[in-house]
Design a protein around this ligand. Sequence first.
Ligand code: GH3
Ligand code: MG
Ligand code: MG
Ligand code: MG
Length: 300
Amino acid sequence: MSRILVVDDNEINIQLLQFELDNEGHTTVAARSGREALSLLRQGATFDLILLDLYMPLMSGIEVLRALKADPLLATLPVIMVTASDLDDSMIEALDMGADDYVTKPFSFRVLAARMRTSLRLREVQEKLRATNRHLNMLATTDALTSLTNRRSFMQQSDREVVRSIRHQQGLVMAIIDVDHFKRVNDCYGHAAGDKVLISLAKELKGQVRECDILGRIGGEEFAICMPQTETEQAVIAVERLREAVESMEIDIGGQVLSITLSIGLSQLHGSDLNLIEIMREADLALYQAKNEGRNRCSI
Ligand code: GH3
Ligand code: MG
Ligand code: MG
Ligand code: MG
């Protein structure tokens, strides 16, 4: 069943609740003060629901509730207030602060149990919704083939970095990477082999970039790296290393091994007011130049 934290300053109330909750098959833990409850929770004890007495000396139920709601790790825990009277502004305050429900002493345990079930059900639905949201967000920002950041998310993240770099007058370098003659890979070995190559390449790129770089697949066989806090000389070194690493890759496409090369265009933020689109356009022009100069190279 569920793990319930009972917070009450009154020993008799605690024993009564523990008796009934144990009978229902729940596991209960008691805290005799607000401080004790908060310290249990902050030490990482996990509960499905809290029964929180409103009137306690030193720290009232309202104060405990306020502390819970202010802590991102504890804010979603369901709380049912236990109070001596429902004709009380504190009860309204507690509900407005995010308490799920309340019961008035002396309460019928069957009613409390039903209200607990409602709170737990609600929380379960909320958790499912949150998990679905996380999953949808992941799908919306990830490229399905390579698991890299997709174009839209890459642009969003890079835009933030460009704005930040301008504000702090820091260097930023953008690299656009394009596989040379990739059409030939598809034509000679088939589209599935082409996909395998892209997956291997994505893995290699991921292994090459720094933690703070943003790497994305921005087109079919086009990738980009946004490098914040980076000067051009550093970026050239990094990108050359990456280009050479890819050049020496032996990509197994099932029985056969093949190699690819990359052309890379670089552009830099001049500490001026270039926006992301302009930076991308400059990198694209540099890429075009790298292709024209014979491919398998990097150009600025
Ligand atoms: P260049 O050196 O000028 O870049 O030549 P290229 O052949 O790489 O350039 P082009 O843009 O003509 O061809 C890109 C090819 O990439 C064409 C397209 O079929 C292939 N492609 C794009 N996305 C995918 C994909 O997801 N999987 C596979 N297998 N191929 C893809
Ligand atoms: Mg009390
Ligand atoms: Mg291309
Ligand atoms: Mg290409």
